[in-house]
Design a protein around this ligand. Structure first.
Ligand code: F6P
Length: 320
């Protein structure tokens, strides 16, 4: 029987190194690896092919996912899951590694309950918002993309004595914005997890500008939906010319960092070993307190990811 890999939901850097490690690792362990192209949609449409060394040559440094991804609504309907199951049977595949977020894990969990296909989920999303793991694949590369963009925007803001508002992705989670604000030396950080006070923030910034501050960097998480409000406040209340940069999908691409390449290799080897040694069980590999471990999908679904308090503390001075 073979093992297949698929990538689902928002892509991230680190997926290609994971795909390469998957193929190499499976061959080392004497198992036939398969690709499921186009995520859950491809599983339904039988976009499944055996994978070879040559398929993954030269992809280590590339962002995105060479087997592509999708967000599938059809997979939540039984008739399409049945079709997907029949496709896997046709290819003699009874185990799947899925790289994605908790929505993708939930979909495969239902698939496991319906047809007994075993899977291991690898948390992969730039949002870093999956309960039970400290780290999701792709986050380090996304943070470095944001750092690079913010450093560049800061250069031009300083030339013009302007404020810049940098909006980061992250869905409802402020992790990317928080870490970026701390590591880029921002003056303001607006995230869903921290209450901010525009009155006291405004007073602080005005005082700093009067004392010679030449520019302001303000990082805002998309989850607050407050980017425009912050721009308006900086211009009208603080009184500084302001430009907004919505970083958007640039954060999802780029060459995977060394850390993401290494994490990809480790996540994959744990996932494949789990599938080879467990006949009838599924799990998610998580990275917790610098250790890899396996947890159930029910556990991943049982809570909401919380940014650790120590990190939030570091940014408290950026909200008042
Ligand atoms: O979940 C990853 C993510 O990039 C979020 O940060 C963002 O809100 C969303 O996906 C964007 O999705 P799409 O690529 O479908 O526009």
């Amino acid at each position: 029987m073979g093992i297949a890999i698929m990538t689902s939901g928002g892509d991230c850097a680190g997926m290609n190194p994971a795909i390469k490690q998957f193929v190499d690792y499976c061959y080392d362990r004497g198992v036939q690896p398969y690709f499921i192209y186009d995520g859950l949609e491809g599983l339904i449409d039988d976009a499944i092919e055996p994978a070879n060394y040559t398929d993954v040559a030269g992809i280590m440094h590339e962002g995105g996912t060479m087997i592509r991804s999708s967000r599938s609504k059809r997979f939540f309907e039984y008739q399409y899951r049945k079709q997907a199951y029949e496709n896997l049977q046709k290819h003699n595949i009874d185990k799947v590694v899925i790289l994605g977020g908790d929505g993708s894990f939930r979909a495969l969990d239902q698939f496991h309950k319906d047809f007994g296909i075993n899977f291991v989920g690898i948390p992969s999303t730039i949002d870093n918002d999956i309960f039970g793991t400290d780290y999701c694949l792709g986050v380090d590369t996304a943070l470095n993309m944001i750092r690079q963009a913010t450093d560049a925007v800061r250069d031009t803001s300083a030339s013009f004595r302007r404020a810049c508002v940098i909006e980061t992705m992250g869905r409802d989670c402020g992790y990317l914005a928080l870490v970026s604000a701390i590591t880029c030396g921002a003056e303001v950080c607006i995230i869903p997890e921290l209450q901010y006070d525009l009155k006291s923030l405004g007073e602080r910034l005005k005082k700093e500008l009067a004392q010679g501050r030449k520019y302001i960097v303000c990082v805002v998480a998309e989850g607050t939906k407050n980017t425009q409000e912050i721009v308006h406040w900086l211009e009208e209340d603080v009184g500084i010319e302001t430009r907004a940069t919505i970083l958007g999908h640039i954060q999802r691409g780029g060459n995977p960092t060394v850390f993401d390449r290494l994490m990809a290799s480790e996540f994959i080897s744990y996932a494949v070993e789990y599938l080879l040694s467990h006949q009838k069980s599924s799990a998610v590999v998580v990275y917790k307190a610098c250790q890899f471990e396996f947890v159930s999908i029910d556990y991943v679904n049982s809570g909401k990811y919380q940014i650790k308090e120590e990190l939030l503390q570091l940014a408290k001075r950026l909200v008042v």
